[in-house]
Design a protein around this ligand. Structure first.
Ligand SMILES: [Zn+2]
Length: 367
């Protein structure tokens, strides 16, 4: 009995120790583990938030390497805020288009072109604009560039398919002015002289009517060689054709393009460059300024001269009477500027003018 009592006492002691140890462990390790789990739970939602913030940054402004990867994986889900992703077939382009600078560069160009067109009326303003134009790349509108690249090879000496086009060329003026009066437009009783004298080159001494006919005949040959039907209002200098009669040639032949060739003159001998004038009335008035800008840009591209802009008005009787066909008065350069004056009589430069007009006619055909 003594031995069994001792054994029981010993077992009770061991059990007691075990119970104490268990209790101690329960109260110390248990809460610590819980605390650890709780802190993990608190961390994980914050992680998710961080990821979302990064994603937002990506679609917003600055794409980061990692985010770009996920954007490419998700494919159609990633849409740049202001651009259609279908424009960007390659892996690299999404970065380019998501950046604002792209759209920024396009917008100012358009703005300045518009400014030029509207400001081209006075000498001083236009001269100032010309300075700006030199710094600018090319004033060709984005859409027209595409058309040229896809439908026409080059602006400088390239050949175009102008078959089916009727182009009427009117070399301005004639050897003797006609001071009789004629109606300025079908919608007014106002009159002005039938044909003015034109200007004279400060350096060459050549009369405008002679230079514009020379260029006109070359232009006819160039456009005909590309398949166009070309009708001249005159092929000699000693004629007497009023501005209304010239316009009627374009109207009666239903011209696809009516080009009135002139050279400019200014009191300021430094004024240079190419100008386009169109009629602001008629059923084509919504389009002719755009087309006029095409003409000016094509010529600027082929000659390297500055394009001063397109001006729409009802000042020119030859345009007013032909406002139902695409009509353009083209000032090819200033005979009051010695450099322009020499260029206008230079066969190479004349050829460049004709190439620019050919490029323009191709654009008009494919518009
Ligand atoms: Zn003229």
């Amino acid at each position: 009995m003594k031995t069994s009592n001792k054994l029981i006492a010993a077992m009770s002691a061991v059990t007691g120790v075990l119970v104490i140890v268990t209790l101690v462990l329960m109260f110390t390790i248990g809460p610590w583990k819980k605390a650890e789990k709780k802190s993990e739970d608190m961390r994980s939602p914050r992680k998710t938030q961080e990821t979302e913030v990064e994603d937002t940054d990506v679609s917003g402004e600055e794409p980061k390497e990692q985010s770009r990867g996920s954007a490419l994986i998700s494919g159609s889900e990633w849409v740049s805020p202001d651009k259609d992703p279908s424009e960007d077939p390659t892996d690299e382009t999404p970065d380019m288009t998501s950046e604002d600078p792209t759209s920024e560069t396009t917008e100012p160009t358009t703005d300045e072109t518009t400014e030029e067109s509207t400001e081209a009326t006075t000498e001083e303003t236009t001269e100032a604009t010309n300075e700006e134009t030199t710094a600018e790349p090319t004033p060709v509108p984005e859409t027209s560039k595409e058309t040229e690249e896809t439908k026409a090879p080059s602006n400088s000496g390239g050949s175009y398919d102008l078959s089916g086009m009727v182009i009427v060329i009117d070399p301005g003026h004639q050897s003797h002015a006609n001071s009789n009066e004629e109606q300025v437009a079908p919608w007014t009783d106002e009159t002005k002289p039938c044909v003015s004298a034109g200007t004279t080159g400060v350096a060459t001494g050549r009369p405008e009517y002679e230079v514009v006919l020379e260029i006109g005949l070359r232009m006819r040959d160039v456009l005909e060689s590309m398949g166009a039907t070309v009708i001249m209002t005159r092929t000699t200098n000693d004629v007497n054709i009023t501005n209304i009669e010239r316009a009627e040639v374009a109207v009666s032949n239903n011209a696809d393009v009516f080009l009135r060739l002139h050279c400019d003159a200014s009191d300021s001998s430094s004024a240079r460059g190419i100008g386009v004038f169109v009629c602001s009335r008629g059923s084509l008035s919504d389009y002719v300024v755009t087309w006029g800008d095409w003409l000016g840009s094509c010529l600027s591209e082929s000659t390297g001269s500055k394009y001063r802009g397109c001006d729409a008005s009802t000042r020119y009787s030859g345009l007013n009477w032909a406002c139902e066909v695409p009509s353009f008065l083209l000032e090819m350069g200033f005979m009051s500027n010695a450099d322009d004056d020499y260029l206008l009589s230079d066969p190479d430069y004349q050829q460049k003018i004709c190439n620019g007009v050919a490029a323009f006619c191709a654009k008009m055909k494919n518009r």
